[in-house]
Design a protein around this ligand. Structure first.
Ligand code: AKB
Length: 316
């Protein structure tokens, strides 16, 4: 991307947006990355470059913003995650689908050139392979969120095939970050647990101790996103969404990793509705196709991620 081109990030106040905006600004210049959301983002995002209030469902305003800032690339992050989507299926469908549709339509009309849209491991369901779940397999998601993400993937692929839209996507696992807490997901426990440990308080986990899920440290996820967006067009042969893999662990394994830093930290378990969503997802992911197409490789494992989270959260 040349430094005169502008990037629009929609959903900049969320967990991914809080890190992605800063990484994009570092790479492409503060003023070339327009952060937008329906709510105010973390201070670092707000003060380091342009921020505008934007609801992705307001197609006219999205269009106006794209024109005003001469936007070439859109990162569309606004979405309802698994737990909140289940509480409000209609709104989740509207936001997760029509938001994407608005952006895909602008690209099909040639108004924007490139789109990033996040999918999730939630596209898989109980009939998908549970261990090393491959890129291509049966997908029968049983969550509202998973249904919307799988449908979105199909729309991305359709707009690419029919209109040549350059849309790129990743099936994120649970993301672990220190800048901003996640909201409304099933994998959020893996962030909340660190905050409790640092506060020297016990943690009550809403998943069972042996619930293994695919996870990733945010630095890896941001690098994957930017590497995918910068890869040569001809190498991107999957236009639905790419599997990427980082770490997989259970709440008990994460707890034990944290106790190497906080020996007195205590956990107990009170599984709730989110257990069923977690049980429907794979335990680990095969990402050999992403490795082959655009050289993806994760860096952080459970030990290095835990040490880094604690170090970062301790910093004032
Ligand atoms: C969630 O838990 O809903 C998300 C996801 C796996 O996409 N973190």
């Amino acid at each position: 991307m040349n430094t005169q081109e502008t990037i629009l990030v929609i959903g900049a106040a969320g967990q991914i947006g809080s890190d992605l905006v800063l990484a994009l600004r570092k790479k492409y210049g503060n003023h070339n990355v327009i952060a937008t959301d329906v709510k105010t983002p973390v201070f670092d995002v707000y003060e380091s470059g342009p921020f505008e209030i934007l609801d992705v469902l307001d197609k006219e305003k999205v269009f106006k913003m794209v024109k005003t800032y001469k936007v070439k690339q859109v990162y569309l992050l606004a979405a309802l995650l698994s737990a909140t989507a289940e509480q409000n299926p209609k709104f989740a469908w509207n936001l997760n689908m029509n938001g994407l549709f608005n952006v895909l339509s602008l690209a099909s009309e040639g108004i924007i050139e490139k789109i990033f849209w996040p999918s999730s491991i939630a596209v898989f369901g109980p009939t998908s392979p549970q261990i090393n779940c491959p890129q291509y397999c049966t997908k029968e998601p049983t969550t509202v969120y998973g249904i919307s993400k799988l449908s979105g993937e199909l729309w991305c692929d359709y707009f690419h095939k029919k209109y040549g839209v350059d849309v790129r996507s990743i099936r994120y696992p649970g993301l672990i970050s220190y800048k901003s807490e996640p909201g409304g997901g099933t994998t959020d426990y893996a962030v909340h647990i660190f905050h409790r440990a640092l506060m020297k308080k016990n943690y009550t986990c809403y998943l069972k101790p042996d619930t293994r899920l695919p996870m990733m440290y945010m630095d890896d996820a941001i690098r994957a996103t930017i590497e995918l967006m910068e890869a040569d067009k001809e190498n991107i042969k999957v236009r639905s969404s790419y599997n990427i893999s980082g770490i997989d662990f259970t709440p008990d394994e994460l707890y034990k990793a944290i106790t190497t830093h906080f020996a007195d930290f205590k956990i107990d378990y009170a599984p709730d509705k989110r257990q069923a969503y977690a049980d429907s997802w794979p335990k680990s992911i095969d990402d050999s196709i992403a490795k082959e197409h655009w050289n993806w490789a994760h860096k952080f494992d459970l030990t290095t991620m835990t040490a880094e989270m604690i170090k970062r959260l301790k910093q004032p």
